[in-house]
Design a protein around this ligand. Structure first.
Ligand SMILES: Cc1cc2nc3c(=O)[nH]c(=O)nc-3n(C[C@H](O)[C@H](O)[C@H](O)COP(=O)(O)O)c2cc1C
Length: 336
């Protein structure tokens, strides 16, 4: 009830202000009695994926808590894992505001945030301060002003820094808001990236005695051949998982609506079908031993069930969580 009222009030201010306000509130109240407002005790429904024991199959998708500021609060809401980031080596402001738009009629969001984040060192400080046993994936990317040729060194830099603190590392090559980033999903650029990161993972495993799985996050805007090539590269380079998908550049189902012509990635309900097609295609051409974390357009427990039925091992939510709040986590966990 109180959460519903708070949610209605937040919808009256701009979307990015509402986001920042909520995150600050969660950061301040985490690990205090005020956590009561959003704490949910959910049944344990453990699942083992990429060698990690998750308490349930529902995670928070990347981009909502880019700097890892409210991990403990999201854990107390019942998320089985929290993916923080995308984080880049150096802090960056991201694109000019406004850059976040809600299309309420369709339970959708368009964003062109552009990896606004406080940089890897700040994220590590926040990971060190975490008090809960939350499972944390760290989603890494490259700075906007790092050329594609030098992109690899940004990923390696972030990977080395977070290795000690992350349960898994997500390699983001699919944001539409960093120019050129999506070209890392193809051909030799992808192979080179995966091969080098795998080598770094081997070295770090030997040094630390800890194996941190690597997952590649892909776009929904790929055809069957492109997804097949990615699946082959994943297998060839012994990557541990795939996250499917990021936001879409298409505008199906929102054409003509206010904000639909804003530049950026579309998420939420209109993404569901397209993300599922990518998931289905990926599941068919990827070795069954390689897990998939499915994300894109989940607005209900039924949507999550659909992704699991297609062959996902875990699911994540972002836009559905923005519109429906923590209740969506509970609905899904109770029904799967
Ligand atoms: C405002 C916003 C910011 C996002 N930022 C990131 C990001 O930094 N890194 C990333 O990998 N995905 C990012 N995403 C994509 C989400 O993680 C997710 O893949 C996508 O929104 C589809 O899921 P959904 O339909 O449940 O929102 C962002 C999405 C939104 C709406």
């Amino acid at each position: 009830m109180l959460l519903n009222i708070a949610q209605k009030c937040l919808q009256l201010i701009g979307p990015e202000k509402a986001h920042d306000f909520t995150l600050s509130g969660l950061k301040i109240t985490a690990n205090t009695p005020l956590e009561w407002f959003y704490r949910q005790s959910l049944p344990n429904k453990p699942v083992s994926v990429m060698g990690i024991e998750f308490p349930n199959s529902v995670g928070l998708a990347a981009g909502l808590d880019k700097n890892g500021e409210a991990i403990d609060a999201f854990h107390s809401m019942g998320f089985g894992h929290i993916e923080v980031g995308t984080v880049t080596p150096r802090p960056q402001l991201g694109n000019q505001k406004p850059r976040l738009f809600r299309i309420r009629k369709k339970n959708a969001i368009i964003n062109r945030m552009g990896f606004n984040n406080l940089g890897i060192n700040n994220l590590i400080t926040n990971l060190q301060a975490k008090e809960s046993p939350a499972i944390v994936g760290v989603n890494i990317g490259k700075n906007r002003d790092t050329t594609l040729e030098h992109g690899l060194s940004d990923y390696i830099h972030c990977m080395k820094k977070v290795y000690e603190y992350a349960n898994y590392i997500a390699v983001n090559v699919s944001s539409p808001n960093t120019p050129g980033l999506r070209s890392l999903q193809y051909g030799t650029l992808l192979d080179e990236l995966l091969e080098n990161l795998k080598q770094v993972q081997n070295d770090l495993t030997n040094q630390t005695n800890k194996y941190v799985p690597l997952a590649l996050k892909i776009a929904p805007d790929l055809d069957r051949n492109e997804i097949t090539s990615i699946a082959k590269a994943i297998t060839r380079n012994d990557f541990d998982g795939v996250i499917a998908t990021n936001t879409t550049l298409t505008r199906n189902d929102v054409e003509g609506l206010h904000h639909s012509d804003e530049t950026g990635g579309l998420s939420g309900e209109p993404l569901f079908k397209r993300a599922n097609q990518a998931l289905d295609c990926l599941r068919q051409c990827l070795d069954p031993s390689i897990p998939i974390i499915a994300v894109g357009g989940i607005m209900s427990a039924k949507d999550a069930q659909k992704k699991l039925a297609i062959g996902a091992d875990l699911v994540q939510i972002y836009t559905g969580f923005v519109y429906k709040g923590p209740k969506l986590i509970k609905d899904i966990v109770l029904k799967i």
